[in-house]
Design a binder for this molecule. Structure first.
Ligand code: ADP
Ligand code: MG
Length: 390
């Protein structure tokens, strides 16, 4: 005899596709009704991929039938497919529904740390997530995720991203380059590499791809924004004035590239003492708020300096996954949640578009020089920087 309890128990053995956790633990099971040998299950899942719904339906039906159910109805509520309904323009990776560009005015402010922890927090909240480490000058995502030296699998002329234990798939431009090689890269080479990384990587049907950009506001950012419709831009800054000035440049760049600004992550905001857990103000904190107001956006999170963050980065054990009880992990989760709401809002309001920033190529002019030259905005296309032969 099937009972509600028994059905719940069966459902808790059904893993959410692509994850190790089950659908009950994720909180996706909204209602169960048992009427003799007829069972109705209502789910509310986070992925809009039809395969995810199909897989869940098949597995639930099969498992409940084995327990004696004659009729199984699985109603699955999914978010809208943003790609079909909203974003417009060029998209080299159409299987990815949303793109988040993580940027900073300068290096060392915690851009990669933020990318990794926001991405993992988003995955822990049930989304299909990928990370593209596009910081060719300092590709440190592999170390931070503990996959340093892992070579991706090549399938034909495409490359499979590396799967991690966090349910996040990853590709780093550093993985495919010899050490030091990227340092001599200029304009057109960077553009080509970014395009290739979007087109030739076999990303799954991702809800969101987080992209760790090189610091600054140059070729890489422009090419990326032209290649995929970026749904949300996130700027990482530290609370000091100098860094805030840099973050303004980064926010200006988002505006020029028509990228919806999700907000600022104020990193190294205060200090949490590892022994007494009190929070103190070292470099100052709360200063990003005024900059956010200036740009009509908000602060996604204030992440304090916590030694566990640095240790996690060095050891490839991200804090949000390995110390979920820590204050910083909680703040990353909150920031990831805010970011996701922003993404949903952008899609509801018509989605991201990169139509306005596509290069126009007049006859006889190379796409390369036009792409760079038409944008201005701190973009350096002075002669040799382009690197192409025209
Ligand atoms: N909130 C934080 N608390 C402690 N260490 C941090 C924090 N944020 C970043 N770090 C450490 O600072 C260094 C620089 O961070 P990283 O993310 O590599 O910066 P970026 O990518 O901007 O160059 C790394 O060693 C990282 O572990
Ligand atoms: Mg970095």
């Amino acid at each position: 005899m099937l009972t509600n309890e028994k059905v719940q128990q069966v459902l808790s053995t059904v893993a959410y596709p692509g994850f190790t956790k089950d659908i009950v633990t994720f909180g996706f099971v909204k209602n169960v009704e048992v009427n003799g040998d007829r069972v109705v299950v209502d789910l509310d899942v986070t992925s809009s991929a039809p395969e995810v719904a199909q897989q869940l339906r098949d597995e639930i039906t099969k498992k409940l039938s084995l327990e004696g159910a004659k009729e199984v109805i699985v109603n699955i509520k999914q978010p809208k497919m943003p790609r079909e309904t909203s974003s417009r323009g060029k998209n080299l990776a159409p299987q990815v529904k949303n793109f988040v560009m993580i940027s900073s005015g300068k290096g060392g402010v915690g851009k990669s740390t933020t990318t990794v922890n926001l991405a993992i927090a988003t995955a822990m909240q049930g989304k299909k997530v990928g990370i593209l480490d596009a910081d060719i000058y300092g590709p440190n995502i592999p170390r931070m995720l503990g996959i340093l030296g892992v070579q991706p699998e090549v399938v034909g002329n495409k490359v499979k991203p590396i799967e991690t234990e966090y349910g996040v798939e990853v590709m780093s431009m550093g993985v495919l380059l010899e050490e030091g090689q990227s340092l001599i890269w200029r304009g057109a080479m960077i553009m080509k590499a970014i395009e290739q990384f979007l087109r030739d990587i076999l990303w799954s049907d991702l809800d969101v791809l987080f992209i760790d950009m090189p610091p600054g506001t140059g070729d890489a950012q422009l090419t990326l924004a032209q290649s995929v419709p970026v749904t949300a831009g996130v700027t990482v800054t530290t609370p000091q004035m100098v860094s805030l000035d840099d973050s303004r440049r980064s926010l200006d760049m988002f505006k020029k590239l028509h990228i919806p600004i999700a907000g600022i992550v104020e990193n190294m905001s205060g200090f949490i003492c590892p022994s007494c857990h009190t929070e103190s103000d070292i470099f100052g904190k709360g200063t990003a708020h005024d900059v956010a107001l200036e740009y009509g956006t908000s602060v996604l999170g204030e992440i304090p300096i916590e030694p566990a963050i640095r240790e996690g980065g060095d050891e490839g054990k991200p804090v949000v996954f390995y110390h979920p009880e820590s204050e910083t992990a909680k703040r990353y989760h909150k920031a990831a949640n805010k970011l996701w709401h922003f993404i949903e809002k952008v899609n509801e309001e018509g989605g991201a578009s990169n139509e306005a920033i596509q290069p126009t190529t007049p006859p006889g002019v190379s796409a390369c020089s036009t792409a760079a030259g038409s944008q201005g905005g701190g973009h350096n296309n002075g002669g040799g920087s382009c690197g192409c032969s025209h």
